[in-house]
Design a protein around this ligand. Structure first.
Ligand code: ATP
Ligand code: LTN
Length: 326
C-alpha cells in the first residue's frame, strides 16, 4: 500500500478552505493509502506566534482532524516537534540543498517582496518540509498548488542525495486534489481564504458559531447583476459561493447553477449558509466530545512513538552514509 503524508500548519484557526482544500480529501484518501497526518508546529513558528495560542491550536487541530472524519485507527496522527528527527534531518538536507534553489521558491519570494519581516526559518523551511516527507519514505504528498514547488524541491533533494550517497530516500510525488477548488475570501474574493488573516471577516472558521457563519455568508461580497452563474473573472463573489455550495453538497458547479437559475442572491446565500452551517455544526458536535477527552493524548503518544521509531531508522542510515559521529 502506498504511503501518503500531509500536514496543515497551526498558524491560524482552521477554515472551510483548510477543510475543503485538504482535510475532506484526506478523509477519502485514508481508505486508499497508508496515511500519515501531522501538525507541522515547527513550520508555524517561521512567523511569530503567541505561545499559548499556538499550544491550544495544536491540540484543537488534532481534534478537528478527527471531528472532520479522520479515523485515528487508520491514520498515524502526530505532532512534528515531538519528534526531534524532523529538525535533525532538516539540517542535513539544508546542507544538501543550495541557496540558489531556496531563493527560487515563489512562496518565499512573494513574502520577501512584500517586505515582511522574514526569518531565516521562513527561507529554509522547504528543507524542513522535505525532511517531514523523506523521513518516512512517503510516496505521495497531497498539497495545494502553492505547495507543489516545495514537493518538487523535496524530490530534487532526494534524488541528489541518492546519487551522491547511494539509494537512501524514496522520491515522493505531489498529489494535486482531483477537485482542487480554491476557496476565496468572502470579503475580497481575489484572495484565497486564509487562516493567517489578521481578522476573520471574510473567513469561515470550522469553529465559528452558527450566527457568525450565517452573518459572514449573508454579507459576502457579490455584484449587482442578480444572476447566479459561474464566472470567476466577472463574478468572483458568486462563483466562490457556488464553489463552496457545490463542495459541501458534493455536486458539481453545473448542478448548482441549475438549482439556483431562478433564485435571487438573498435566497441563494441563505441556502449556502444552511449547507455550511449544517456541516460545521455536525463537525463541532464531534469536536466537543473529543477536545477534552484523554483520547487525543493516547492517539498522540502512539503517533509520536511510532514515528520516532521509523524516523530514527532512517536518520541512522543517513548519518552513517555521510560520516557523522563515531
Ligand atoms: P493559510 O494561508 O491559510 O495559512 P496554507 O495553505 O499556507 O494556509 P496549510 O493550512 O498548511 O497552509 O495548508 C494546508 C492545505 O490546505 C494546503 O494544501 C492548501 O492548499 C489547502 N488550503 C488552504 N487554504 C485553502 C483554500 N482557501 N482553498 C483551498 N485549499 C486551501
Ligand atoms: N508547508 C505546508 C505544510 C507542511 C507540509 C509538510 C505539507 C509542512 N510539512 C509535509 C505536506 C507535507 C504548508 O504550508 N501548507
Amino acid at each position: 500500500m502506498e504511503r501518503l503524508l500531509t500536514g496543515l500548519k497551526p498558524s491560524g484557526e482552521l477554515t472551510i478552505g483548510s477543510y475543503l482544500g485538504s482535510i475532506k480529501q484526506m478523509v477519502e484518501y485514508q481508505n486508499e493509502y497508508e496515511t500519515f497526518m501531522f501538525v507541522p508546529d515547527l513550520h508555524a513558528i517561521t512567523v511569530s506566534q503567541d505561545p499559548q495560542e499556538l499550544k491550544s491550536r495544536i491540540r484543537k487541530n488534532i481534534a478537528l482532524y478527527i471531528a472532520c472524519g479522520i479515523n485515528p485507527e487508520k491514520v498515524t496522527l502526530y505532532i512534528q516537534s515531538e519528534n526531534l528527527y524532523h529538525a535533525n534531518l532538516s539540517w542535513i538536507l539544508e546542507c544538501n540543498s543550495y541557496f540558489g534553489e531556496m531563493s527560487r521558491m515563489t512562496q518565499f519570494k512573494d513574502k520577501h517582496s512584500k517586505g515582511e519581516n522574514i526569518t531565516t526559518g521562513l527561507f529554509t523551511y522547504p528543507a524542513l518540509m522535505a525532511s517531514d516527507i523523506l523521513l518516512y519514505d512517503a510516496d505521495l504528498v497531497p498539497v495545494g498548488k502553492d505547495q507543489k514547488q516545495h514537493v518538487e524541491l523535496a524530490r530534487n533533494i532526494a534524488e541528489r542525495f541518492n546519487s551522491k550517497y547511494g539509494e537512501t530516500f524514496k522520491v515522493p510525488s505531489g498529489l494535486i486534489p482531483k477537485t482542487g477548488a480554491k476557496i476565496k475570501d468572502l470579503v475580497d474574493p481575489s484572495k484565497k481564504m486564509s487562516k493567517s488573516e489578521e481578522n476573520y471577516k471574510g473567513t469561515i472558521l470550522l469553529l465559528d458559531s452558527e450566527k457568525d457563519i450565517r452573518k459572514k455568508i449573508m454579507s459576502a461580497v457579490t455584484d449587482s447583476d442578480n444572476k447566479i452563474y459561474f464566472d470567476e473573472e466577472n463574478k468572483p463573489g458568486i462563483s466562490n459561493l457556488l464553489t463552496i455550495y457545490s463542495s459541501f453538497k458534493g455536486i458539481n458547479i453545473k448542478e448548482s447553477e441549475k438549482i439556483f437559475e431562478n433564485s435571487n442572491y438573498g435566497t441563494f446565500k441563505k441556502e449556502v449558509a444552511d449547507v455550511v452551517a449544517t456541516k460545521l455544526l455536525e463537525i463541532q458536535e464531534k469536536y466537543q466530545n473529543i477536545i477534552n477527552s484523554d483520547l487525543i493524548d493516547k492517539i498522540l503518544d502512539e503517533g509520536r512513538d511510532k514515528t520516532i521509531k521509523l524516523a530514527k531508522e532512517k536518520y541512522e542510515i543517513v548519518r552513517k552514509k555521510i560520516g557523522l559521529g563515531r
